[in-house]
Design a protein around this ligand. Sequence first.
Ligand SMILES: *Cc1c(COP(=O)(O)O)cnc(C)c1O
Length: 384
Amino acid sequence: MIRKQPIYLDYHATTPLDPEVLAAMLPYLKDDFGNAASQQHIFGLKAQAAVKKARKDIAQCLGSEESEIIFTSGATESNNLAILGLAQRFEGKHFITTAVEHKSVLDPHKFLTSRGFKVTILPVDSCGKVSVAELKKAITPDTVLISVIAANNEIGTLNPIAEIGEIARQAKITFHVDGAQAIGKVPIDVEKMKIDLLSFTAHKFYGPKGCGGLYVRKRPHAVKLNPLFYGGGHEAGLRSGTLNVPAIVGMAKAMQKAESRRVEEAKRLIELRDRLYQGICSGLDEAYLNGHPTDRLPGNLNLSLVGVRSSAFIMAMPEIAVSSGSACSSANPEPSHVLKALGLSPERTESAIRFGLGRFTTEAEIDYTIERVVEVVKKLREKS
Ligand SMILES: *Cc1c(COP(=O)(O)O)cnc(C)c1O
């Protein structure tokens, strides 16, 4: 039985645009096309009002103030702005991050190392969690930034953000969180968690691609960043460039919707995800869970199907869109830095598959996936 419609189980890579989000965006792609910086006519004023409302709605979702939200092109830009924007004010100082960050956090740190900054990359435990004790040990009087991923994009593991926020606040160190996978899926509140800088991106929560933001704390202490590029001085001088009004409107709508359904959606996804896990495990032996058994994203299941290379598995099951645990391209078969950081054996890193479930995933899709995964893995194991 081959399905006509392919099944999408790669919601960590990106999510489809929610139809309600598209509807909210359309007027700003058509008649209300003004530049939000044009304050002298009705076209600009309408765009400006839409951006103001979006900023307010997003601030409310995150527990922040309107003026603390900076719009960017996505989480890659937000992470770079947070890390490099701060580094420009602290020549040669000490930065702390973790081994399981997204490349858009790790690579700016690598760049800083090459420019004479000191960087500590914290190890994680076998479930992918950063240790608070290790973090405390790494802090020096020169430390100016701690940057930690809230929810990992490969294995879904959640980090103790509130606990780290408390430590950073007491040590008077700026705390940056990559919240790209966490927003709309697990609770994130910049006040409760004492976050100073928070990166997010619309396309991970059913908004449009190419639009994101950075929360930058103003109160009770202000985090000062340098901009990465210069121009019209938009976004309080931190991010010059004409605002993408339709995408910003869409991002706000998407965040509100994700946030308002977060609890019930998490419950639904955990049930589906556990169904998938149990289904695969009852049909196959040597299927191992990567990441934390409970402290993980509701829609994440990362499994090593030992004996089957992830690339062969993915090719054998073209009607189901999943991803290998590694962020590698077929040209670069390096195992993922995240799986390596867990200390997994080569057999397990080579056979890791990431299933990402989301808003439009159905029980029927999960049942079909279980059947196919069991079938395909058995066949591939026989061959080898
Ligand atoms: C997707 C993702 C990013 C990059 O976001 P873009 O908006 O695609 O640049 C950064 N960090 C994490 C954890 C992600 O999942």
